[in-house]
Design a protein around this ligand. Structure first.
Ligand SMILES: C[S@@+](CC[C@H](N)C(=O)[O-])C[C@H]1O[C@@H](n2cnc3c(N)ncnc32)[C@H](O)[C@@H]1O
Length: 392
């Protein structure tokens, strides 16, 4: 992941309206995206964050808040409040919408529709947000985290950068919700997203291996980071009709997950991305979880003794006959999570584990250690175990 650059002032970054047709469609989408970053922080349906952290939460360093992030938030707030910049942006958006139907640089109806929708989205926010909404957005903008990943496409080199924002860092703020850990993106999801984008072949993410319309389920998706990455990565790999389903069981986490997915559906060209409730301890197979998954993914989901067995049994009911389950367990060598990642191997080797109709059982096919990366993840994380699990 690269640090995200700060949004630029509209007056110095928007291309003149008269030059629009000489630009590329990407340049136009970048301009609208920049405006959205300034004026449309995510739509929040969460309660206000509580200021106190629970005392027994083993908070080491989250690795996510830094002085520079705070500075960025302040700069963004100032930019959003600048009346000159706002009316400049408003005039540009109005002019863009008036010309959009004739712009040949928007090469397909789909691209034109999306650009108009995205621009309208930002313009509408100028008229619909009350002063109270604005203030709330400013406060909560500090909980918006931006992610940027470089993509490398096998045989073709650099792909289109993946970029999105999520409501993040809200875990552990509400003493009444001790289990809301999924309101934060964890180190494992950032590390694995980096690798998936840099080396998609390593996960078999290619049209040849997965076909044009694979189903992928993210278990314990939290903020939805990995799902959001996949929804943007797979189309770049020629997998044009993918469905990614981000799941979780915790009501507040699901609500935030839905908000993150909705907020990012506007500004990219992602594959299909859905959200569904799924509890590993009592899985149901209602739509959209009624069809087998070609890929299951789960990052930092083993942090209690029973999790490995729940995940194994849940995955047994979800994974397609040729499917692969990528399980990333975070290794914590200190505190109350010490040794929990060691529960994965025995769970998937147990003689009494469930058997599929064809007699095969979920089995670890490969285990690899991933190093902790500087500045990513909490201080108690010492690395990650990447398990490749399939039927054997
Ligand atoms: C440490 S967080 C990791 C979140 C996300 N995968 C990431 O890496 O950022 C663990 C996630 O598992 C979810 N979870 C815990 N128990 C679960 C269960 N029984 N069923 C489904 N999800 C569960 C939590 O709500 C949380 O979102």
């Amino acid at each position: 992941m690269r640090p995200a650059s700060s949004p630029l002032p509209p007056s110095s970054s928007l291309p003149p309206l008269r030059t629009l047709d000489s630009l590329t469609g990407d340049r136009i989408f970048d301009a609208i995206r920049n405006l959205s970053r300034i004026y449309c922080p995510l739509s929040f349906h969460l309660e206000e964050p509580h200021s106190k952290k629970p005392v027994d939460e083993p908070l080491v360093d989250s690795g996510y808040t830094s002085g520079s992030e705070d500075d960025k938030g302040d700069a963004l707030t100032a930019l959003r409040a600048d009346g000159f910049e706002r009316s400049f942006a408003e005039r540009w958006l109005t002019g863009f919408l008036a010309r959009a139907a004739e712009l040949s640089c928007l090469t397909s109806d789909d691209a034109r529709e999306r650009a108009v929708e995205d621009a309208s989205c930002v313009l509408e926010s100028f008229y619909t947000n009350s002063a109270e909404d604005e203030q709330k957005q400013e406060e909560l903008a500090h909980y918006v985290r931006e992610f940027t990943f470089d993509v490398s496409i096998p045989g073709r080199g650099q792909g289109k950068e993946i970029n999105f924002r999520v409501n993040d860092g809200l875990a552990g703020q509400n003493p009444e919700e001790p289990d809301d850990v999924g309101l934060q993106s964890w180190g494992a999801s950032v590390v694995i997203s980096n690798i998936m984008c840099a080396e998609p072949d390593r996960f078999g993410f290619s049209r040849g291996a997965l076909g044009p319309s694979p189903r992928i389920i993210d278990l314990g998706a939290g903020t939805g980071l990995v799902s959001l990455v996949l929804a943007q990565l797979l189309p770049q790999l020629g997998i044009s009709d993918s469905t990614v389903i981000a799941t979780d069981y915790h009501p507040a986490v699901l609500e935030n997950l839905r908000a993150n997915v909705a907020a990012n559906s506007c500004l990219s060209s992602p594959g299909r991305l859905e959200v569904a409730a799924l509890d590993w301890s009592a899985p149901t197979h209602e739509a959209p979880l009624d069809k087998p998954a070609d890929v299951l993914l789960a990052t930092d989901v083993v942090y209690a003794a029973e999790h490995s067995v729940w995940l194994r049994d849940c995955a047994t009911g979800l994974l397609a006959p040729e499917g692969i389950f990528w399980l990333i367990a975070t290794v914590r060598d200190t505190g109350r999570f010490d040794g929990v990642s060691d529960t994965v191997v025995p769970a998937f080797a147990a003689e009494d584990r469930p058997v599929a109709g064809d007699g095969r059982r979920l089995t670890i096919l490969n285990e690899e250690r991933l190093e902790k990366r500087n500045g990513i993840g909490r201080g108690d994380e010492s690395g990650y175990k990447l398990f490749r699990i399939g039927w054997a």
